[in-house]
Design a protein around this ligand. Structure first.
Ligand SMILES: [Fe+2]
Length: 315
């Protein structure tokens, strides 16, 4: 029984044209883009789906002004899908599509689905070559400079929730997600398989009882693609939420931008990879970042080459 990752996210798009431009600029492949329905895809085939807020078959919003409507998790086999159906039918309504995709509502009111999904593996996902003191991977060769990002996959999704205990029971105890780390009763980092990136589902408790979509994170090939992609996305007019920076929890480099359908969107790379042997930590202090820039970085225009006029010279 294994999950293969976060397959899709579904949003109601109040401004479909703006949302289409956003995901295209983000570097996803356009599969479909009509005034009422759009699909954008990562390299491995995980996708963002946008529907008109008036669409008939849209799952309900879990909270006020929430455009997020559903996340669908990939599972490895029909057998696993049947096990999920058997487990969840015990206490909630399950809607089954013709292709076998299951849809239901989780304990906090979030739309969640499951379908058999095998991510594409023959993709361009290789990092650029690195030179270090002990190893030269790049000899007589200039490094890669990314003009924009092309995300490989959706790595994780995050929410602010009123009932974190119920969420832990649902995703960890009933569906078999693994606990990676936690902040006491304040936040949980879960992964959907024993062997996985540090987290695929991140949930923060709202003591005030609010529910909000927080962000979705897209993995890119390396740190240079986080920087290059972020600079290009900024240049296209999208606003930084925070970053670039580095998370102590997961070790990943990040850069978050504000998203038109609510919450944020993140480029990330170099996450910790965990197995059954990982021992979850219970962190007491907020470890959002080791360092970060609050408001992005800008592209530097090419400079003119001039003879140095100062005695010391400048480079
Ligand atoms: Fe994240």
């Amino acid at each position: 029984m294994a999950f293969t990752g976060l397959y899709s996210t579904l949003f109601a798009a109040p401004d479909m044209k703006e949302a289409q431009r956003f995901y295209k600029d983000w570097g996803l492949r356009k599969v479909k883009a009509t005034p009422t329905h759009s699909i954008f895809e990562t390299k491995i085939g995980s996708r963002v789906e946008l529907k008109s807020p008036k669409a008939k078959n849209l799952p309900p919003a879990a909270g006020p002004d929430m455009h997020f409507r559903e996340m669908v998790w990939g599972v490895s086999s029909k057998k696993h899908l049947a096990e999920i159906k058997r487990e969840l039918t015990k206490d909630r309504e399950i809607i089954e599509d013709k292709d076998g995709t299951l849809h239901c509502i989780d304990p906090n009111g979030l739309g969640v689905g499951f379908r058999v999904w095998k991510p594409k593996t023959r993709i361009d996902g290789a990092r650029s070559k690195i030179n270090s003191f002990d190893m030269q991977e790049r000899v007589d060769e200039i490094s890669t400079f990314y003009k924009d990002a092309h995300p490989i996959r959706m790595g994780h999704i995050g929410f602010i929730l009123p009932d974190l205990k119920a969420a832990e029971k649902f995703y960890k105890d009933r569906l078999g997600f693994w606990l990676s780390d936690r902040y006491g009763k304040a936040a949980l980092f879960l992964r959907c398989a024993a062997k996985s990136q540090h987290h695929n589902l991140f949930m923060i408790w709202s003591e005030a009882g609010n529910i909000k979509y927080h962000h979705t994170a897209f993995e890119v090939r390396d740190i240079h693609e986080v920087f290059g992609g972020g600079v290009a996305f900024d240049k296209k007019g999208w606003a930084t939420e925070v970053g670039p920076g580095r998370h102590p929890i997961s070790s990943a480099y990040f850069w978050y931008f504000k998203a038109p359908c609510g919450g944020a969107i993140e480029y990330f790379t170099d996450s910790d990879y965990l197995t059954e042997n990982w021992k979850p930590h219970n962190y007491r202090n907020n470890l959002f970042s080791e360092w970060h820039l609050p408001d992005g970085i800008k592209q530097v225009p090419d400079g003119e080459i001039r003879p140095s006029v100062s005695a010391a010279g400048k480079h």
